[in-house]
Design a protein around this ligand. Structure first.
Ligand code: PEP
Ligand code: MG
Length: 591
């Protein structure tokens, strides 16, 4: 950053996250990375490889932690960023990159730092030299390799990463470039907005910033050179405009825009007290998904009636051993009490496949599965480790003495899994009853299942005889129905929950649940899209669970529609030839 200029100066960048930010601009610079290199003696090879292994382990741990932090973001943002973290984690496994680095230590006698620098640069250049893929894609992959190299170097040299801790509350945070892993560390309440010199609308960082709800303008070239620390700045995340040292008139105009936005947000907040009901009187229940307990405050303000999906995975993260029954009970009890009589649906640990839980890794099969997504995960894995399941069920039952709870099983594909779990649940119930001092609910809480495999949807008439409720998980249901992973490159366009095949399974499940008289809700990412809500109502869904942030907008969409319109939409969508056609149908129905 250079000298102060009093004159108003304007810059433009990419508007990536809407809203006005006004505040002093401060740069969060990345500390320079100083790397000393040297040639090794052959005797130094083994200790050098051990040092490298240590840096790899640290890097893995940091990335895993960042990935866990993502759980607090809306699901569409998680879907965007988590695969990136997986790419990094994969490169830190038995990858070509690590083999290359080790070979340079062993054969060229390079110290670990020099080997990392040489190998990451060589691989990044090889990627850029490839033909047959668009330049933007190659650039992104080369950047990923270089970024991982920088992380390894910081861990090898124990030099600090970028920190936002010292920046004043209410600042506009400026950086030459902001990586997604940096963005994951930002606490949105501390900043008025974000400006960078590099980066674009489609990048992972942009998605993160949108999810955090922070006004942001990226790719504003030259802005850092034009400004002294603390310069008053306005950023407009809708237009991409940046005003440094604004004139009185510019500042007033920005403040007016900011208050208009605040009023619009308040109007949305007022919806909190209004019912989620269509114009022709069909009531819909809106609930929240909870990934981390700190989201409770936001859920309380959202107008959600209860928690439709508590992903219990967070309790098992960032620790060396699984939490015991008392610890789990306390955590569930706090949440149940905070919900003050609204139901809390606790999903037992959904682990395995891409959902890694370090504390439980010793329970996983020794040889990696060829197709982890089709292997042991969710209830399949828990039933093979009943002690873990029993502890969790006992804790849920005990929390149930403090407010209504429901138990939800992930990844069910056959009725036997529900039967086996129910037997365990009854056994745990009897055991707890014998411990006379323990408070329990009056009766066993409802036991429900995630409908997230095509088998569960197709077998829903049978499963409805065993489960007390259904919760449709469209994230996995889409993946398993279309045999398409979320992390497929965007241009492949196979993973799409609006594909009519997926919609048919939702419709089928809702119809059979209604026939059997059991409640059905939908808790995948699809539930959080306001313009899709009428379609879901038309398919027979009357209960939706979503990230708390999304509740007001979904409620507004429900209040603006009528069931007759929803049913017409659903009829058209079910007969549509493609997700594209479904989108066109939804667009034509927008008010
Ligand atoms: C789903 O699959 O839709 C779901 C809600 O579960 P998760 O995203 O936790 O796998
Ligand atoms: Mg799922």
């Amino acid at each position: 950053m250079k000298q102060t200029r009093r004159q108003e100066q304007r810059f433009t960048g990419h508007p990536v996250s809407p809203g006005i930010g006004i505040g002093p601009l401060h740069e969060a610079a990345e500390p320079e990375l100083v790397v000393a290199t040297k040639k090794l003696d052959p005797a130094e090879i083994a200790p050098e490889l051990a040092r490298l292994d240590d840096a790899v382990a640290r890097s893995r741990h940091q990335l895993q932690k960042l990935k866990n932090r993502l759980a607090a973001l809306p699901e569409d943002s998680q879907a965007e960023i988590a695969p990136l973290m997986d790419v990094y984690l994969h490169m830190l496994g038995p990858s070509r990159l690590l083999r290359g680095i080790k070979a340079r230590v062993q054969e060229a006698l390079l110290c670990a730092e020099a080997a990392v620098q040489a190998e990451t640069e060589a691989q990044a250049e090889a990627i850029m030299a490839q033909t047959g893929q668009e330049r933007a894609g190659r650039l992104r992959r080369a950047d990923e390799v270089r970024e991982l190299g920088r992380r390894l170097l910081r861990n090898l040299t124990r030099q600090p990463f970028r920190s936002f801790a010292g920046l004043a509350q209410g600042s506009i945070l400026a950086a030459s470039d902001l990586r997604p892993s940096d963005a994951a560390l930002i606490q949105p309440a501390r900043f008025a907005g974000i400006v960078t010199e590099e980066g674009g609308v489609e990048g992972h960082t942009a998605v993160m910033l949108r999810a955090l709800g922070l006004p942001a303008v990226l790719g504003a070239e030259g802005v850092l050179d034009a400004v002294a620390p603390g310069t008053m700045t306005i950023i407009d995340g809708d237009t991409g405009e940046i005003v440094l040292s604004p004139s009185k008139a510019s500042l007033e105009a920005a403040r007016r825009k900011l208050s208009a936005q605040t009023r619009a947000r308040r109007a949305l907040a007022k919806l909190q007290r209004l019912p989620a009901m269509t114009k022709d009187g069909t009531a819909v229940e809106l609930q929240a998904n909870l990934e981390l307990p700190f989201e409770l405050a936001m859920i309380a303000e959202s107008g959600a009636h209860g928690i439709g999906l508590l992903r219990s995975e967070f309790m098992f993260m960032n620790r060396d051993t699984a939490p015991d029954e008392d610890t789990q009970t306390r955590i569930y009890q706090d949440i149940v009490e905070a919900m003050d009589g609204d139901p809390v649906t606790i999903r037992v640990l959904d682990w395995g496949s891409d959902k890694e839980v370090e504390a439980l890794s010793r329970y996983l099969p020794e040889t990696p599965e060829a197709n982890p997504a089709l292997g042991l995960r969710g209830i399949r894995l828990l039933l093979r480790h009943p002690a873990l399941l029993e502890t969790q069920l006992a804790a849920i039952l005990r929390a149930g003495a403090h407010g209504p709870v429901r138990i939800l099983l992930p990844m069910v594909s056959v009725a036997a899994e529900v039967q086996a779990t129910r037997e365990i649940l009854q056994r745990v119930w009897r055991r707890l009853k014998r411990r006379k001092t323990i408070a329990l609910p009056e009766s066993l809480p409802p036991l429900g299942i995630m409908v997230e495999t095509p088998a569960a949807a197709l077998a829903s008439p049978v499963l409805a005889q065993h489960a007390d409720f259904f919760s449709i998980g469209t994230n996995d249901l889409t993946m398993y129905t279309l045999a398409a992973d979320r992390s497929l490159p965007a241009d492949v366009k196979l993973y799409d929950p609006l594909e009519p095949a997926v919609l048919r399974l939702i419709h089928l499940t809702a119809s059979f649940a209604a026939g059997a008289g059991i409640p059905v809700s939908l808790c995948g990412e699809l539930a959080a899209r306001p313009h899709v809500a009428p379609l879901l109502l038309g398919l027979g869904i009357r209960q939706l669970s979503m990230h708390g942030n999304a509740v007001p907008r979904v409620k507004r969409a429900i209040r603006a529609t009528s069931l007759s319109l929803c049913e017409r939409l659903a009829g058209d969508a079910l007969a549509a030839p493609s997700a594209e056609a479904v989108r066109a149908i939804l667009a034509s129905a927008e008010p």
